[in-house]
Design a protein around this ligand. Structure first.
Ligand SMILES: NC(=O)C1=CN([C@@H]2O[C@H](COP(=O)(O)OP(=O)(O)OC[C@H]3O[C@@H](n4cnc5c(N)ncnc54)[C@H](OP(=O)(O)O)[C@@H]3O)[C@@H](O)[C@H]2O)C=CC1
Ligand SMILES: O=C(O)CCCC(=O)O
Length: 486
């Protein structure tokens, strides 16, 4: 079968083998990886299962013994080399990502830099894993607190950020002294393999990091049933996160869960409307609306509602849709047909309940999984878009009158990842920031992601924080040492 070829400076970054226990391996059967913009075949990757996952876990356990004994600076030096190699190959990595995931090349380049930033940040943060000395409870005793690597960490990552969701977990795990076994999303394994090529080149000890592709259920089962795995970090849907929580009970495995969101984006009457429209466009249409922090419910106050909707529609119509590999594209295809079907369902439900399509509303003439960015007005809490994450390029705009009411509506969801609002009133800013029941709040901005801040949610959006000084804590155990006879 003919394959799409990518114009790469380093063709060896495009691997079709998985990275298990320090070896590049093929499987008895394989899975096709296709370009969502064209439907074309990019590669086939191994379909591995429980046996290879176990091999990877054993290798990580063996490799982390020596790795954890290195000084933090020695570990940081290797991680720094990995960071530098990722940045040196940014263009190739971005091209691979756009081909398998669909996001525009500019966004893919941005994600590679974002992904690399987690390795750089945690290489440094690993040097600051301080313990404690606690004033003792008896004169002949001394109390110390040590922080030690938790053990082998497992990671299961989604397709929407094929590189950053990996490094956001691998960076802190490796910096803390752990080994890691990764299962990337089946739709986007090529970015994961390319990162592994560079990790190997950076000098990561053999077996410390593995990347296993194949049956999600089987690989995850081998992770959660293995007592050597002391930590599982998952980013993906709430439903799978809940299943993994149940499975992790078997070995009382520590977890971090970064699950679905249903972000409110509130625009008050006193907001800078130009800034709010620009923020809404960035937050809503980044990655074609396929991020868990994308604005999902836009609330505009009655005084500016019509003006806001009109300006949002105009800005939405200016977005250029197309194959992300081409220059000047703002919005690429959705990941697959199922994603398009969900978008269509949400639009149909909104229209059936009185929603008014102001812009878009249909599949894009380019075919495949392209969908025209859409603005819907007169949206109400009865509609599916109010309760469920659309994960696509649909901006539903609700009308509200007062602050208490909009905060109550914004909080009326089982999710609690990101929320945004625009206001120039200092009192409103403090009150609303404090009252929103979300792990992340953007005030007068639609973009909140950075490696230096804690990313994570509450309620059904999960628990644990990634990035920042908090991100490494999840990969550490606290040990209290009591010394007597002094
Ligand atoms: N928080 C976020 O960033 C994300 C949220 N989502 C939400 O989830 C919805 C569905 O997306 P989808 O890709 O299906 O998300 P999933 O939760 O199914 O996929 C995320 C990861 O979990 C893996 N997975 C799938 N089934 C299992 C299982 N039984 N046990 C363990 N791991 C499993 C997937 O593997 P495989 O690819 O092999 O199936 C992938 O690596 C989206 O529409 C969106 O609402 C989705 C992705 C990211
Ligand atoms: O969708 C996600 O799961 C991650 C959002 C990417 C980011 O902004 O960090």
């Amino acid at each position: 079968m003919t394959r799409e070829t990518l114009d790469l400076k380093r063709p060896d970054l495009l691997r079709e083998q998985a990275f298990v226990a320090g070896e590049w391996v093929s499987g008895a059967s394989s899975i096709e990886v296709r370009n969502p913009a064209t439907g074309g075949l990019l590669a086939t990757v191994p379909k591995l299962g429980a046996a290879d996952t176990k091999k990877a876990i054993d290798a990580a356990q063996a490799a982390m013994k020596g790795w954890a004994k290195l000084t933090a600076k020695e570990r940081a030096n290797t991680l720094r080399r990995w960071f530098e190699l990722i940045m040196a190959n940014q263009e190739d990595l971005a091209r691979i990502m756009t081909a398998e995931q669909g996001k525009p090349l500019g966004e893919a380049r941005g994600e590679i830099a974002y992904a690399a930033s987690f390795i750089e940040w945690f290489a440094e943060e690993g040097k600051r894993i301080y313990g404690d000395i606690i004033p003792a409870h008896a004169p002949d005793k001394r109390i110390m607190v040590l922080k030690q690597p938790i053990g082998v960490a497992a990671a299961i990552t989604p397709w929407n950020f094929p590189a950053a969701m990996i490094t956001r977990k691998a960076g802190p795990a490796l910096a803390a002294g752990c080994g890691m076994v990764l299962k990337p999303a089946t739709a986007t394994p090529l970015s994961a393999f390319a990162l592994c090529v560079l990790a190997e080149e950076a000098g990561l000890p053999k077996g410390l990091l593995s990347c296993v592709t194949g049956s999600a259920g089987e690989i995850a089962g081998a992770m959660t049933s293995n007592p050597l795995v002391r930590k599982l970090s998952f980013t993906g849907s709430t439903e799978i996160g809940q299943q993994l929580m149940v499975a992790c009970a078997e070995n009382v495995t520590k977890m971090s869960l970064e699950l679905g969101g249903n972000a409110p984006f509130i625009v008050f009457d006193d907001a800078d409307l130009d800034a709010a429209v620009q923020g809404a466009i960035l937050s809503k249409f980044r990655n074609a609306g396929q991020t868990c922090v994308c604005a999902n419910r836009i609330y505009a106050q009655a005084g500016i509602y019509d003006e806001f909707v009109q300006r949002l529609a105009k800005a939405t119509e200016a977005l250029k849709i197309g194959n992300g590999a081409e220059a000047g594209i703002d919005v690429g295809p959705l990941i697959d047909e199922a994603a398009v079907a969900k978008v269509e369902e949400h639009i149909a439900d909104a229209v059936a309940h009185g929603g008014r399509i102001v812009s878009g509303g249909k599949r894009h003439p380019l075919g495949h999984s392209f969908f025209t960015p859409t603005v819907i007005a007169d949206v109400t809490p009865k509609m599916a878009v109010a309760q469920e994450e659309t994960f696509g390029p649909v901006a539903p705009v609700f009308r509200f009158t007062d602050e208490a009411d909009v905060v109550a509506q914004a909080n009326d969801t089982r999710f609690g990842l990101a929320a945004y609002f625009y206001s120039r009133d200092l009192g409103t800013v403090w009150r609303v920031a404090e009252d929103l029941e979300f792990g992340i709040v953007g005030v007068n901005t639609g973009i909140i992601s950075t490696e230096v801040a804690p990313f994570g949610g509450v309620k059904h959006s999960g628990f644990g924080r990634e990035g920042s000084k908090y991100g490494i804590e999840d990969y550490l155990e606290v040990k209290y040492v009591c010394v007597a006879g002094i």
